[in-house]
Design a protein around this ligand. Structure first.
Ligand code: 8DG
Length: 144
C-alpha cells in the first residue's frame, strides 16, 4: 500500500541536437540502478522551476534553463506515491562531467530511451513526451 501523501519530484528533460539527457541512479540509493531525469524533491515553499535548477546544480554541477512542463504523472513506486513533473530544459553551461547521485549518464535518441530501465514513475512521462510513431510500434500495428 502506498503511503498517503505523494512525494513531489521535479525532473529536467534536457534536449540537444535531437538527443535527451538521462542518468542512472547510484546503486546504493532508493531506486538504485534505474534511469531518471536529473532533479529531485521539491522543498517546502519552493517553486518547481527553482527546485529543478537547485537540484541539477547540486547533483551535476550544471546550470539549466527551465522551460515548459513536458508531462506530469503520479505513480505508485514500491510503498511511495511519486508525483513527478518533468520540464523541458536546456543546458546553460558545459556538459556535466560527474554526478554525486549517478553512476552513468549520457545523451540518447528518443528511441534509445525506450531501451533503458527507468523508474516506473518515468514511464508515463516518456510515453507522453516521446510517443513512438505507429510505424515502429509493432503492438499498435497489430490492431490495424
Ligand atoms: N530526480 C528524479 N527522481 C525520480 C525520478 N523518477 C523517480 O521515481 N524519482 C524518485 C526517486 C526518489 O525517490 C525521488 C527523488 O528524490 P531525490 O532525487 O531528491 O533523491 P533523494 O536522495 O532525496 O531521495 P531518496 O534517496 O531519499 O529517496 O523521486 C526522476 O526522473 N528524477
Amino acid at each position: 500500500m502506498p503511503s498517503s501523501s505523494p512525494i513531489t519530484v521535479v525532473g529536467a528533460i534536457m534536449t540537444r541536437d535531437g538527443k535527451i539527457f538521462a542518468a542512472r541512479r547510484n546503486p546504493d540509493r532508493s531506486a538504485g540502478g534505474l534511469w531518471e531525469f536529473p532533479g529531485g524533491k521539491i522543498e517546502r515553499a519552493e517553486q518547481p522551476e527553482a527546485a529543478l535548477r537547485r537540484e541539477v546544480d547540486e547533483e551535476l554541477g550544471i546550470r539549466v534553463r527551465v522551460g515548459a512542463l513536458a508531462s506530469r504523472h503520479t505513480t505508485t513506486v514500491g510503498t511511495a506515491l511519486i508525483d513527478l513533473a518533468c520540464y523541458w530544459a536546456q543546458l546553460g553551461s558545459d556538459d556535466p562531467k560527474s554526478s554525486t547521485d549517478h553512476d552513468e549518464m549520457g545523451w540518447f535518441t528518443p528511441e534509445q530511451l525506450y531501451s533503458l530501465k527507468w523508474s516506473p514513475a518515468d514511464v508515463p512521462i516518456i510515453r507522453d513526451a516521446f510517443p513512438r510513431p505507429a510505424s515502429v510500434h509493432g503492438q499498435d500495428l497489430r490492431h490495424c
